[in-house]
Design a protein around this ligand. Structure first.
Ligand SMILES: *Cc1c(COP(=O)(O)O)cnc(C)c1O
Length: 358
């Protein structure tokens, strides 16, 4: 019998969430974003669950090639492009599309003199100041790419800094759209702008391709909760109670003795800690589901265990089922309590946690 912690992945929820993206952007093609091992959900599983997507987009070159090995024949896109000239012949041979975000990549593409044509995605830095060409450099980059014989098509691409936050004034979303439209006016090519937040909250920017990630896994990018957006969680992190302590007022729980009981309490010990991907900074009060009831974390998260309050759950005890996140306790609630985002918790699921489908 293995340790009781397990991550259950729900492909039906992933399919459902993709259908929500398609409903919101009915005239767009969808790049289902599967970077970081499909946000912790497993690349091959995601490939199957997202078979209705027009393409799969990711960051890792080896994983892009693996998608081809596993039989994905539709488009594949590398969102940061390639990292070394030596990758180019194989990417071209296996028809993997890539982003071009800097002059150095254009230099490499020019030098490579490929004998197979490639489809590239020219990225504009429209205000996020991470990857991409500034608006006033964009046209020149486009013309350079257009002059390379191996370039078959150029998609025009940008990424939003604040699509989840209409109140952001440092770089309003509308300003990014304005810069993108102005600097790409008259340039031929498909447009690709929207991440999950834009698909969910600003479907008017959907354009030719959308690039949803987090929403496909049932997490919210912000703005509203996943449930309010009609999304279903694709990951449940489950475990069991493996020990029980009855403590008195004044007794302390866990490392640092940070939680001190103010009355007699029953404490349950759950197999699952930060070495499993549960966030170490989750404070006392973070919701946990035990035997079908919501209760709360007490005491510090340790490497292999957390401690929870069973005082009001007299039927819970050794062997009771625990949901750390999933359908009843959303991953976003846990993330929020711990001062992070659902994205990080999904990606941080630890290799030692067995993953099963259900
Ligand atoms: C990760 C990523 C996305 C998806 O973002 P979500 O917020 O998860 O929807 C879209 N576009 C690019 C370029 C990305 O890197």
């Amino acid at each position: 019998m293995p340790r009781p912690i397990v991550a259950r992945i729900h492909p039906a929820a992933m399919r459902h969430n993709l259908s929500i993206a398609k409903q919101l952007a009915p005239r767009s093609r969808v790049w289902a974003v599967v970077k970081a091992n499909a946000y912790g959900h497993g690349l091959s599983r995601a490939m199957q669950a997202f078979d209705a997507a027009e393409g799969l987009a990711l960051i890792e070159v080896d994983a892009a090639l693996r998608l081809r090995d596993m039989g994905w024949s539709k488009p594949v896109l590398l969102l940061e492009g390639f990292f070394d000239e030596s990758d180019l012949p194989e990417l071209a041979a296996r028809e993997i599309e890539f982003t071009i975000h800097c002059c150095e990549q254009i230099d490499m593409l020019q030098k490579a003199s490929l004998d197979k044509q490639v489809d590239v995605h020219l990225k504009m830095n429209s205000g996020m100041n991470r990857l991409g060409f500034k608006p006033d450099e964009f046209r020149a980059a486009y013309l350079r790419l257009q002059a390379i014989p191996a370039v078959r098509s150029i998609t025009l691409m940008m990424h939003f800094a604040n699509a989840d936050d209409a109140s952001n004034t440092a770089m309003p979303m509308a300003e990014q759209v304005r810069r993108f439209e102005a600097a790409s006016a008259g340039l031929e090519g498909r447009r690709s702008l929207a991440n999950s937040a834009a698909v969910l909250s600003h479907p008017e920017v959907a354009a030719d391709w959308v690039r949803p990630g987090i929403m496909l896994y049932g997490g919210t990018p912000g703005g509203k909760t996943a449930v309010q957006f009609g999304l279903q969680p694709a990951m449940t992190l489950e475990s069991e109670i493996i020990g029980v302590q009855r403590i008195q007022a004044g007794d302390a729980v866990g490392y640092g003795s940070r939680f001190v009981a103010d009355k007699a309490m029953i404490i349950g010990v759950v197999a699952g800690g930060y070495a499993d991907g549960y966030p170490r900074h989750a404070p006392a009060g973070t919701p946990v589901m035990v035997a079908g009831n919501r209760t709360r974390l007490v005491g510090r998260v340790s490497m292999d265990m957390i401690t929870v309050d069973l005082t009001e759950l007299p039927d819970a005890g050794f062997g009771s089922k625990v949901e750390l996140w999933g359908r009843h306790v959303s991953i976003d609630e846990v993330a929020d309590a711990a001062g992070t985002i659902g994205y990080e918790l999904m990606c941080a699921l630890a290799p030692r946690v067995p993953v099963i489908e259900a």
